[in-house]
Design a protein around this ligand. Structure first.
Ligand SMILES: C[S@@+](CC[C@H](N)C(=O)[O-])C[C@H]1O[C@@H](n2cnc3c(N)ncnc32)[C@H](O)[C@@H]1O
Length: 423
């Protein structure tokens, strides 16, 4: 039997040394091929990112608004600069009667006041917002837009979620839904007033409580999710709502932080994100991009934004009068995808470019032809439409801000405007 002593004879030592060197050589070549495959996958990732960037740039070139940005008239708001204001006015132009109008996200009333001023024929205006601070500002601004003594406009503002649009409009006037609304606007996302107030917890760059509620009366805050929701739910939110590739490592760090008492301020969350973001990732300031995605994910979850949006788009479309328009400004790809898909679903086009579903064909075709004639004549902003049975999507591609607007108001960079018109 071979013993430890017999293995230490010079011959066996030579044998074991040569097998060690063979094994070492094997390990070195494995390490080489590992580093080669890491470099290849890094290169592949970089190429994919470059390709994604090229597609985004091309898409942006195609969708940019060619309308001039009117800074003198609308850009000096003390509270919030309305995004794509000229483009929204084009959707509801003074040449088209707008007797009943609803602003689902009134904010500081930048869009609302300009639209009210442009439509002296307006009879009913309804403005909604879940944020009492915004609504106070909006009320003052709307009142001053109502200073025409000959105006018979009845203006109503509600501290309410737009998901209740149907019941709110019935409360205003039981016949309102029968007649229908001529124009509805949704300008999603946050107002500058919300982002600039650290106490609301929306800002990545200012320390404040982990709140993130649009509606200060709502019960769920961002810190409840971070400190007590199941681990897998935290991960799902970061992955699905933030589209954050480092979600698993962040999920683990967030759950670990619970052992030390949890996270209670945006500063603590940012520190955790910094510690989880490798320096090599997206440059030295990479953590800001990660933090932006994490904050977006939490905000969406706290305010149940995506489900609310989808349900409300159907409700808003139901509220429209024949020929009425629903315009939606979204600020990130998840919102925009919902707006795009829901509009397609409403007009019954499957998958985007397919043919409309055809029943009552002749009658419908006449209506659709009439819409096309109306629009072709005087609405230069309508480039390509998608026609369906119940409505027409007036923006086959969304409208994005002009370069000039983007330079003056960086917050509008990701904005996309989509419009649907009821048959
Ligand atoms: C981007 S701002 C609107 C700015 C406004 N268009 C203006 O010109 O001043 C979005 C507003 O929508 C409100 N909001 C967000 N979700 C809402 C919801 N589900 N129901 C009602 N208001 C909501 C926010 O509180 C915020 O004030």
């Amino acid at each position: 039997m071979a013993t430890a002593a017999s293995l230490s004879t010079p011959a066996s030592r030579i044998f074991s040394l040569s097998s060690l060197s063979l094994r070492l050589r094997g390990l070195t070549s494995a390490a080489h091929s590992l580093s080669r495959s890491t470099t290849t996958s890094k290169k592949k990732k970089q190429q994919q990112q470059k390709q994604k960037h090229r597609v985004a740039v091309k898409e942006k070139r195609r969708t940019r608004s060619d309308r001039e940005f009117d800074i003198n008239r609308y850009g000096d708001s003390a509270f919030h600069i309305p995004v794509l204001l000229g483009e929204v006015i084009d959707v509801f132009p003074p040449s088209k009667p707008l007797r009943r109008f609803v602003d689902c996200t009134v904010g500081a009333a930048g869009h609302s006041s300009a639209i009210i001023e442009g439509h002296p024929e307006m009879q009913v205006y309804v403005g909604l917002d879940v944020d009492p601070v915004a609504l106070d500002k909006a009320r003052a601004r709307i009142n001053s837009a109502l200073n025409d003594p000959s105006s018979t406009l009845k203006a109503y503002t509600f501290l309410e979620n737009f998901r209740y649009i149907k019941s709110l409009l019935t409360d205003v006037d039981e016949t309102l839904l029968d007649t229908g609304i001529d124009g509805i606007l949704m300008d999603l996302g946050m107002s500058s007033m919300q982002v600039n107030d650290p106490q609301r917890g929306f800002s990545v760059l200012a320390n404040g409580p982990l709140d993130m509620r649009m509606d200060p009366q709502a019960s769920l805050k961002a810190e409840d999710i971070l400190n007590s929701w199941p681990e897998t739910e935290v991960g799902r939110i970061l992955r699905d709502y933030g589209e954050e590739s480092n979600w698993y490592s962040l999920q683990n760090k967030i759950v670990k932080a619970r052992l030390q008492g949890g996270l209670h301020s945006t500063g603590e969350l940012v520190d955790l994100i910094k510690s989880a973001t490798p320096l090599s990732r997206e440059g030295r300031q990479g953590w800001i991009k990660t933090a932006t995605r994490v904050f977006q994910a939490l905000r969406i979850a706290v305010n149940d934004e995506l489900k609310t949006l989808e349900d409300s788009l159907y409700s808003c479309f139901d509220c429209l009068a024949p020929g009425g328009r629903l315009a939606v400004i979204s600020f990130h790809s998840l919102e925009d995808r919902i707006v795009k898909q829901t509009f397609l679903d409403i007009i019954n086009i499957k998958g985007g470019d397919g043919d409309a579903y055809m029943i009552e064909e002749r009658e419908r075709k006449q209506d659709l032809r009439k819409i096309r004639i109306d629009i072709d004549k005087d609405e230069m902003w309508v480039k390509q439409m998608l026609q369906g049975l119940r409505g027409t999507i007036l923006t086959k591609r969304p409208i994005t801000p002009s370069e000039e607007e983007e330079k003056l108001n960086t917050r509008c960079r990701s904005a996309k405007l989509r419009v649907i018109q009821k048959v």
